[in-house]
Design a protein around this ligand. Sequence first.
Ligand SMILES: [Cu+2]
Length: 131
Amino acid sequence: MKIKIAIVLVVILAVSGSIYFFQNNKSVSKEDLKKTEEFLKNDLTVVYNNEGFNPKEIKIKKGDTVKFINQSDRKMWVASNNHPEHDIYPEFDQKDISLKGTEFEFKFDKSGTWGYHNHMYSNHNAIVIVE
Ligand SMILES: [Cu+2]
C-alpha cells in the first residue's frame, strides 16, 4: 500500500514538474522567428515572443505610436514599470490581454525612459526611450 502511494506521488511530481518546465521554457519556433523578423522591419514595432520583447530597447520621438505584437504562446499585457503598480507612466498600461497574433498600440506623449514589462509574466522587461 505504501509503495502504491509512493508511486502515485512520484508520478504526480513528475507530471507537475514537466508542466512547470514547459510553461517556463517555451522556445521560439522557426515560424515565429520569421514572423518576428518580418514585423521588426517596421521600426515602430515591438514583437513579444516566447523569449520576451524584441527589441529590448526602442528609441522613438514624442507623439509616436508603438505597436506591440504578441507573437508568443503567453498572454501579453504591456504595462509601465514598476510591477504591479505600473506607476512610472500610469497611462502606459494596456489593462487588457492580447493573445498570440493580436496587438496593442500606444501613443507616447511623455518624453523619458520608460521601462515596461508583460504584466502576465513580469520578468520579461524592456525599455521605450521617448526623445
Ligand atoms: Cu505589472
